[in-house]
Unconditional design. Structure first.
Length: 259
């Protein structure tokens, strides 16, 4: 289990992966709360929380005295890609279907943009640049570039990037505690570098994500830039009408979906 995300959420995503990979068919019974609690070494209440959310979303049906079953709604099943509950989950959680195809670490001269984003002094002349190409179900999915201060980036080993997410390396291996992240998401077009790495025509639509990660005292440590193939990634906003004393109000919940 991932030490960063809630356990119930990870169990929920595992069950969704069963649907995607057709490990259980429409209407088929899945393991019980007790069986999954034993399998994942967690409490039954944790599994029940995952089940409850999946029932609300329509992917599971619970029948008293019989057990829990996958939905028989094949259109719902076919529409399921792999969901993330918010942009931070994309940062923190790597599912088994996302693999790193290539990774490289280099030292480069600091540009004006990177100096400003990471708030580096004039004495700093270089940063570490990490590039990765990742696959989703064996398809080229995203081209990612990370910039880190030299004293942090040089502690990262290239081989580790094939085994776990960069954030996990920073948090667990280097003991860096992040407290805040600022992210922008925008529709864009693939330049020659991105197009070449994702094997798509130059000018193809992409979803461009840029994120700056901060530690305590609002100190920027990492600049993340990622280009996702537009045909494999959707950004979804769900709205809910919430009633309050002063009237109803629409609130939103943001999802990112990999198709």
């Amino acid at each position: 289990m991932n030490a960063v995300l809630p356990i119930y959420y990870q169990i929920k995503q595992i069950i969704k992966s069963w649907i995607i990979n057709k490990e259980y068919g429409p209407g088929e019974k899945i393991p019980s709360e007790n069986e999954l609690a034993e399998k994942f070494k967690v409490s039954r209440l944790t599994v029940r929380q995952a089940f409850s959310q999946l029932v609300q979303e329509g992917f599971l049906n619970s029948k008293r005295g019989e057990g829990t079953f996958l939905t028989s709604n094949e259109s719902l099943i076919n529409s399921l890609g792999f969901e993330f509950s918010g942009f931070m989950d994309d940062l923190l959680y790597q599912v088994s279907t996302i693999k790193t195809k290539s990774a490289a670490i280099s030292r480069i001269a600091i540009s004006k943009l990177i100096r400003e984003k990471l708030e580096l002094s004039r004495e700093d002349q270089e940063v570490v640049k990490i590039t990765r190409i990742r696959l989703l179900r064996e398809k080229l999915f995203t081209y990612t570039v990370n910039y880190l201060p030299l004293e942090i980036g040089m502690r990262i080993k290239e081989k580790d990037l094939f085994e776990k997410p960069l954030l996990k390396i920073l948090v667990q291996d280097l003991n860096i505690q992040f407290t805040e992240a600022i992210q922008t998401i925008e529709a864009s077009f693939a330049n020659q570098e991105v197009a070449g790495n994702l094997d798509i025509p130059s000018g193809s639509p992409i979803l461009y994500v840029e994120r700056t990660m901060y530690t305590q005292k609002h100190k920027p440590i990492e600049l993340f830039q990622s280009s996702y193939r537009g045909d494999l990634y959707k950004f979804i906003v769900r709205f809910k009408n919430v009633k309050r004393k002063d009237g109803s109000r629409w609130i939103h919940h943001t999802d990112e979906e990999i198709c």
